[in-house]
Design a binder for this molecule. Structure first.
Ligand SMILES: Cc1ncc(COP(=O)(O)O)c(C=O)c1O
Length: 414
């Protein structure tokens, strides 16, 4: 119908993809600048577009499809649960949710879980929890949340306020009060910002959306010490770093700094929407009935998916694979830096959460060239290529990706 208005004289019928693009342009709110590809199928680390062209997926739905596309165990778990019980709401206990909570607690250092559906919701829960707990221990003024500049914590009004990037906040004012921002990895600035009115320090162990910037261990340890000194919570946003991506199940294990609260989403459901906020100590006991909730959170279907993802990560030793493949990719990316010293400025990251820094503003050209040659990556700004492949990739996949990147850099450098 839409195509009638855009192509009234067309002699051939539109393809399904053309029709879908026209409907998307006409009817979906314009929040996304979409790439010129329509994916229709996935298997393992591979995707296929509407024309049948194959791609190697080094983005994994932005760190979501960590066990690859359509992993048979994940597909089977979802199919079985869908045929048994999908949803009854959180007014009732459902067994898959309780099993999942137990599993997450066993695999981490936390005691209780609040389930939700996304990363923003997980952080929203953590912020509410931190404020409630802080008021109970420190009075009505203990409400401030300190976050880092260039962080990303979500798009809801509270989490976009927690996000230390004005470009995401512009136009949505007035923003909720009680948030302040510090330069990332600056211990002195953090010391100056945290005081007796601080309810929580909220940090990504590795800043993801702003281009893969790892915290130093000293910084995270200083945050731990400051939180303890001022009776505040230390919250790690592990929405992107969690679920094995950095080579351990949780990035806090890579850093040996234990937060009070950790937030998860993305890789948790392997593509099925689910998020979680895990807490220990008094933070775990803060919420009382009625304080917070979600209709959909960890319904039997979502919980079954997350259970299968955890099984796959553990049984297939994907944390070890993330470490091995991360080291291999890093070595090959560093070789690209030596090969193209004017174009490539370095490699950042941990495990399979990596970024290639470009010395020239060519990230969008590199991305387009990669896509053309069958590799899916992500450009952050003009100078960063972000790589977040599924944790199942092989050395041959890594080599194929680097060969395509090599070609793309050669074709795009100025
Ligand atoms: C670190 C971090 N926190 C929170 C979010 C928000 O997650 P969601 O898009 O699921 O709300 C993201 C998303 O990119 C993220 O990377």
């Amino acid at each position: 119908m839409i195509l009638e208005t855009t192509a009234p004289l067309a002699t051939t019928a539109p393809t399904q993809e053309e029709q879908a693009r026209a409907w998307d342009a006409a009817h979906v709110m314009k929040t996304y600048a979409r790439q010129p590809v329509t994916f229709v199928r996935g298997q393992g680390a591979r995707l296929w577009d509407a024309q049948g062209k194959e791609y190697l997926d080094f983005l994994a739905g932005i760190a979501v499809c960590s066990v690859g596309h359509c992993h048979p165990r994940l597909v089977s778990a979802i199919q079985q649960q869908a045929a048994t019980l999908m949803h009854v709401s959180n007014l009732y206990l459902t067994e898959p949710q309780a099993h999942l909570a137990r599993r997450l607690v066993e695999l981490s250092d936390f005691e209780r879980v609040f389930f939700c559906n996304s990363g923003a919701e997980a952080n929203e829960a953590a912020i509410k929890l931190a404020r409630k707990r802080a008021k109970s221990v420190g009075g009505e003024n203990k409400v401030h949340i300190v976050t880092a500049l260039n962080s990303f914590h979500g798009r809801t009004i509270a989490t976009v306020t927690a996000t230390g990037q004005p470009k995401f906040q512009k136009g949505f004012e007035p923003l909720p009060g009680g948030f302040s921002y510090v330069p990332f990895n600056d211990v002195d600035a953090l010391c100056a910002a945290v005081n007796e009115n601080t309810a929580a320090i909220l940090l990504e162990p590795i800043q993801g959306e702003s281009g893969i910037h790892p915290a130093t261990r000293e910084y995270l340890q200083a945050a731990r010490d400051l939180a303890d000194e001022h009776g505040a919570l230390l919250i790690f946003d592990e929405v992107q770093t969690g679920m094995g991506r950095t080579g351990r199940m949780w990035a806090y294990q890579s850093y040996s700094v234990l937060p009070d609260v950790v937030t998860l989403a993305k890789g948790l459901g392997g593509g099925f929407p689910i998020g979680a906020c895990l807490a220990r100590g008094d933070a775990a006991e803060t919420f009382a009935p009625g304080d917070h909730g979600s209709t959909f959170a960890a319904n039997p279907l979502a919980a079954a998916a997350a259970h299968a993802v955890l099984d796959i990560i553990c049984d297939e030793e994907l944390q070890a694979n993330a470490r091995r493949m991360g080291a291999h990719l890093t070595a090959r990316l560093e070789a690209l830096e030596r090969q193209y010293p004017e174009a490539v400025g370095g490699v950042r990251g941990m495990g399979l959460m990596l970024a290639l820094h470009l010395r020239q503003p060519i990230a969008k050209q590199v991305l387009a060239c990669c896509l053309e040659n069958g590799l899916v990556v992500n450009a952050v700004g003009d100078e960063t290529i972000r790589l977040l492949p599924p944790l199942i990739i092989t050395e041959a996949d890594a080599d194929t990706a680097i060969d395509i990147l090599d070609k793309a850099i050669a074709a795009s450098s100025l």
